[in-house]
Design a protein around this ligand. Sequence first.
Ligand code: HEM
Length: 135
Amino acid sequence: MSDLKQFTRKEISTRNTKDDAVTIIDNLVYDLTPFLDDHPGGHEVLLNVVGKEASEDFEDVGHSIDAKELMKKYVIGQIVPEERIEVKKKTFTWDDKSSPASSSAATENSSFINSWKFPVLLGLVMTLMYTYLFG
Ligand code: HEM
């Protein structure tokens, strides 16, 4: 990847029209001009992010693996090393200590509801009520 053309963010900022639609995703520079009319999400969303950073918007949509494969076709370069930013990824792992399920007392209730204990307890209560009312 090191032989990719290097761009500064300033250079990209002027390439913000539908005839020169360039955007930045994960420090890579994409020329979306030929893709505007083919984008399944429409050209408007892409035109909102031309000339600037689109990593978050791209990630927020939850694009498919196919989309990520397709985007490789439009890479024209990368951001110069001194202007690269660390891209936050919203990945979730079960042992992630910062995940909401293990971080606060408020979410302990929801983890109880999501666990197997809740449906079992509910079933027990329903059975008791049924026996009491109709038994
Ligand atoms: C090279 C860059 C991009 C490629 C190749 C691409 C490709 C795709 C593809 C293939 C889909 C269909 C759904 C899927 O397979 O995930 C899609 C949907 C979509 N994309 Fe993109 N996309 C790109 C950039 C962006 C950006 C920068 C944004 C937001 C600013 C965006 C917003 C959307 C939206 C809103 C949808 C519709 C989602 C839905 O209907 O549920 N895309 N894109």
